[in-house]
Design a protein around this ligand. Structure first.
Ligand SMILES: Nc1nc2c(ncn2[C@@H]2O[C@H](COP(=O)(O)OP(=O)(O)OP(=O)(O)O)[C@@H](O)[C@H]2O)c(=O)[nH]1
Length: 359
């Protein structure tokens, strides 16, 4: 792709994030009434809507297995296949299958009841990793390094996080560490202007590690609360690129021995099982402290988040279900579990429902 194409593409992305010609988000309480956005679906509605493709595939599979059939070894095996196809991973699929098997063996069970048990088990798996992203105010600047493969949504996530934190009144510095993509640097500059956040950028192809050092220095001079650093998209089998990432971390430590204070790995849900390999490699190289999963709205493979939680037990801080600035929110186990099991958002507590069934 040519540079100008990339710029055009990033401009489109910006318009989708904040709306064409939209003003920079103001600190809370300062947005003029006439500029209030049109009523939008709640976050929960968007999460459930975004996960619809994933939940539909699971619900359809469960209905096919259990409609007018009793719960026995064969139906349980078929259920496990449905869950594996939905990318939940072997451990989670077996756990759910076991829980369903314990419910009413050799008797009929309704698909709804199976989905309630699925929601309960998924919630139990996710609950320990659904952790808020805390900015430690005693570390100033609190340095957040954002890593992930090409196109996973790093730059968009940085914009969304910067927008969120600016609207809370936090001072934010952005570092354009994707130095090989002029379009990405330019776009971060535009976001910086819009959000009133300083952007530290170097020349095209500049050393990203050096930039990281300068960015910490700048953020410290400005007494900024948060520094968000973008990085180039890296293919995990490109050893030299991984080495560069390690260098960024090493050089950051020269400016602040405790930096980076958080390393967020941005994962694209649409890649399914490949996300597991990304967690493995980035975890080893960059000391990932938490995850952001994007594009849950564009895939039937949302179950991968459960497989990742089960296997790596890394905190999952945010999930993204769209391209707008407010389409990224803190991750909550219960909502995700209900959404992926295809339960009604307003339905009563799935854990209680499953307990009722088990009686
Ligand atoms: N549908 C959907 N699209 C998203 C989401 N998050 C990001 N995107 C889109 O994914 C595309 C890639 O996002 P970027 O932020 O450019 O990804 P990146 O990781 O910075 O990519 P490089 O700059 O190539 O390294 C853009 O078109 C975004 O608008 C999401 O949650 N849902």
């Amino acid at each position: 792709m040519s540079q100008s194409d990339g710029t055009k593409e990033k401009r489109g992305m910006f318009a989708r994030l904040f709306g064409r010609g939209a003003p920079a988000p103001e600190p809370a309480g300062e947005t003029p009434a006439e500029e209030a956005p049109a009523p939008k679906r709640s976050w929960r509605e968007r999460l459930f809507g975004g996960l619809f493709r994933s939940s539909q595939a699971i619900a359809k599979g469960i209905a096919e297995v259990f409609t007018k059939r009793k719960l026995d070894t064969l139906t349980l095996e078929e259920l496990e296949d449905v869950l594996l196809r939905a990318d939940l991973g072997v451990a989670a699929a077996q756990r759910v299958t076991k829980a369903v098997g314990a419910a009413r063996y050799e008797k009929n069970i309704e698909p709804d009841e199976v989905r309630a048990i699925l929601a309960r088990e998924v919630e139990n798996i996710l609950e320990p990793v659904a952790l808020p992203f805390d900015i430690d105010a005693s570390r100033r600047p609190f340095v957040v390094l954002v890593v992930g493969v090409n196109g996973s949504g790093k730059t968009t996530t940085i914009a969304k996080l910067a927008s969120k934190w600016r609207s809370e009144g936090k001072s934010v510095v952005l570092a354009a560490g994707d130095t090989f993509r002029a379009a990405a640097v330019e776009q971060l500059r535009i976001w910086g202007d819009r959000l009133d956040a300083t952007v530290v950028a170097g020349k095209e192809g500049a050393d990203a590690a050096g930039l990281a050092f300068d960015a910490i220095k700048t953020a410290r001079e400005q007494n900024a609360e948060v520094l968000l650093m973008d990085t180039a998209g890296r293919l995990q089998n490109r050893t030299e690129l991984m080495a560069e990432l390690e260098k960024i971390v090493r050089v950051m430590k020269k400016a602040d021995p405790e930096a980076p204070h958080a390393v967020l790995l941005v994962l694209d849900a649409t890649v399914g099982q490949n996300a597991l390999a990304q967690v493995e490699v980035f975890g080893k190289t960059a000391g990932v402290t938490g995850l952001v999963m994007t594009k849950l709205d564009g895939t039937a493979r949302g179950g991968i988040l459960v497989a990742i939680a089960e296997k790596y037990a890394l905190p999952i801080h945010f999930v993204g279900v769209g391209e707008s600035a407010d389409d990224l929110e803190p991750f909550t186990a219960r909502d995700f579990a209900r959404a992926i099991a295809g339960l009604d958002p307003e339905e009563s507590d799935p854990a209680k429902a499953a307990a009722e069934i088990a009686k």
